[in-house]
Each structure stands twice: as C-alpha cells, then as structure tokens.
Write a protein that binds this ligand. Structure first.
Ligand code: HSE
Length: 331
C-alpha cells in the first residue's frame, strides 16, 4: 500500500517511526507492505519518491525541499498519481474551515484514494459530504485517530457494536484538559500543567482549542455524525472549557469527595461539553492524566465503557496504522 502523508509534525513522525518498527510484523502477520511515497509540509517542503521514501533517512531531516513546487496545489495534483492508494492527513486542525485537511481529503476521495485522518477539522465541517464522496468513488474514509487517539472508540461503535442501537455517548474526550485537571489536584499550577501537556505532545498547536472545550466538541461532532447521522456544527453544541476552574474549585470538590472532569456527551437530540463535579464513585472520576474514556449506552448491551489513551503522538500514530490495516482487510 502506497501512501501520501499530509503534514509531518509530531504525529506524522511518530506514525512514520511506527511503520518502520512494525514493517516486518505487518508483512509477516498481515501481508501488508506500507510505503510512504510522499510527505507534504506547509512550510518545510515536499518529498516524493514513487518507489517509497527511505523513512530512516527522512526522520533524520528537518528540511524536505526535494520538489521544486512544494505548494498545496502541487500536492493536490500529486495525490492523484496512480501509484498512491491512500492519503493520510496529520495537519493541525482548523475547526472553522476544516483546512488544510479538507481540500486534501476532498481531492483524495474524488480521485478514488482512501483517506485516513488524524485531523478533526475536515470531518467537523464536512462529514456527510466526505462520506458521500467516499461512497461515490468506492474509497474508504477512516478517522479512528480523531477521537481518543488509538483507543478504538470509533471502531467499537461502528464495528463491534453494529446491530446495537446506541442512544448516548458520554465521556472524557480531551487528553490535555484531563491531564491539567489531574495535575492541578496534585497542586500544580494551571500554566505549568498546560506547559507539560504541550511538551508531552497532548495539546493542539494552539492549545486554546483544548482548554476552551472546542477539541472535545469537534470529537462530539464526529461521533454524532458517525453514530447518529446528525449534521451538527460547533454552534449547535453547548460548550464550556476548563479555563474558569480555579485551584479553589478543585480543592472544594476534593473536600466533598468529588472531582472535576470535562464531560462531553451526545444523544440524537444534540450534545454538550462542560466541566462537571463527579462523585468518586463515578467510573469517569477515576480516569486520570491523558487517559480518556467513553461510555456508549446501547439497547442490547446496556452501558459499555472504553478507557484508554486519549492523546499522544505514538497513540495517534497507532490509530492511523489501525485504519490502514482495516482498509487492507476490506480489500
Ligand atoms: N489535543 C488533543 C487532546 C489530542 O488533548 O485530546 C488528541 O485528539
């Protein structure tokens, strides 16, 4: 399988590293050979080799100016090349415009290439359009990385629970804010905890989207479209982040045997993201650090809760790999 990578930041590099580490296992156990043939960056150039780039060498470079034309337009043309099977988008997300991932995803699906996304913007603004395009061209649009990194929140709902009606999804869907709230409980300042979350690769390049609740809200949009078939926009959601929560609020909750968590929830009637004080007996109260959790309420199985990493370059890189394996298995 030959893929083109849009973006090469922490997630893109972690993904490339995982492909290198797992190459033999993928070949032996899954009969799958994944080659990166193109890497496009916004400011650091574009690499292209139709026979596959040498990832080990690429990972040692900081500059990717191999092609004379490194514009997004040139990359949009490049991804239509015959040898490319799938396009993987790991660009920073703009939740208002969906760009730059949206144009790349549109182009890939129109050309019959599979699209695998870690960026949330394109799906948050144009889920139905992209899904229809994929159906028209018989390509696959997969996005496990967009919700709870490599913890299979999407696959659980769409595949393992197929046949159950899901009536509600509720959980902790942002790693950065959960990490900050956990660290603040141990006495760390908000600013220091945010800085650590950035250093650990949990936060978005602009972390205001995390702390103001918009990242979790985008995940709610993706889940609502994927599970409930709803066409919502960010303005349809009731969103509050954690920026107003003070150390005193946290101490007061602790004294009452409770914990603040940023809870995202969605039903077929709409969704919200807001900080809530949960009793310690609530399973979500005990999900700490960058770990995330989601509970699906179903008709046949009751509540099913999935807990696992919600952010992190390698965890997100794994999600991309899991989608490519899924595409390979679908044939
Ligand atoms: N910034 C996101 C988070 C990354 O903290 O959860 C994973 O989507």
């Amino acid at each position: 399988m030959k893929i083109a990578l849009n973006g090469f930041g922490t997630v893109g590099k972690a993904f490339a590293q995982i492909l290198q580490e797992k190459a033999q296992t993928l070949r032996q156990d899954y009969h799958l050979d994944i080659q990166i043939v193109a890497i496009h960056t916004r400011t650091r150039g574009t690499l292209y080799n139709p026979n596959g780039l040498d990832i080990k060498t690429v990972l040692t470079r900081n500059d990717y100016h191999d092609l004379p034309d490194a514009t997004q337009e040139a990359f949009l043309s490049l991804i239509t090349h015959d040898e490319i099977d799938a396009v993987v988008d790991v660009t920073p997300t703009d939740l208002q415009t969906g760009q730059p991932g949206l144009d790349v995803c549109r182009q890939a699906l129109s050309a019959g290439k599979h699209a695998v996304l870690a960026s949330k913007g394109a799906l948050a603004v144009a889920f139905q359009e992209l899904q229809s395009k994929a159906e028209q061209t018989r390509s696959h649009l997969l996005y496990e990385a967009t919700v709870m990194a490599g913890t299979p929140a999407i696959r659980l709902a769409k595949q393992a629970l197929a046949g159950c009606a899901i009536t509600e999804a509720r959980g902790i869907l942002n790693g950065t804010t959960n990490y900050i709230l956990t660290q603040m409980e141990s006495g760390m300042t908000y600013a220091d905890a945010l800085k650590q979350a950035q250093q650990l690769g949990y936060a978005e390049p602009d972390p205001s989207g995390d702390v103001e609740g918009w990242d979790a809200a985008a995940k709610i949009l993706i889940l609502s479209a994927a599970i409930f078939g709803l066409e919502l926009t960010l303005s349809d959601l009731d969103v509050t982040g954690i920026t107003q929560i003070t150390p005193e609020d946290i101490a007061a909750a602790q004294a009452a045997g409770e914990r603040y968590k940023l809870i995202a929830s969605i039903t077929c009637d709409g969704g919200s993201v807001r900080p809530m004080r949960l009793p310690l007996t609530d399973p979500l109260a005990n999900v700490n650090g960058a770990t995330n959790a989601i509970t699906y309420r179903t008709d046949l199985m009751g509540d099913i809760t999935l807990i696992g990493a919600g952010a992190g370059p390698r965890q997100t890189g794994f999600a991309l790999l899991s989608d490519l394996i899924d595409i390979h298995r679908r044939g």
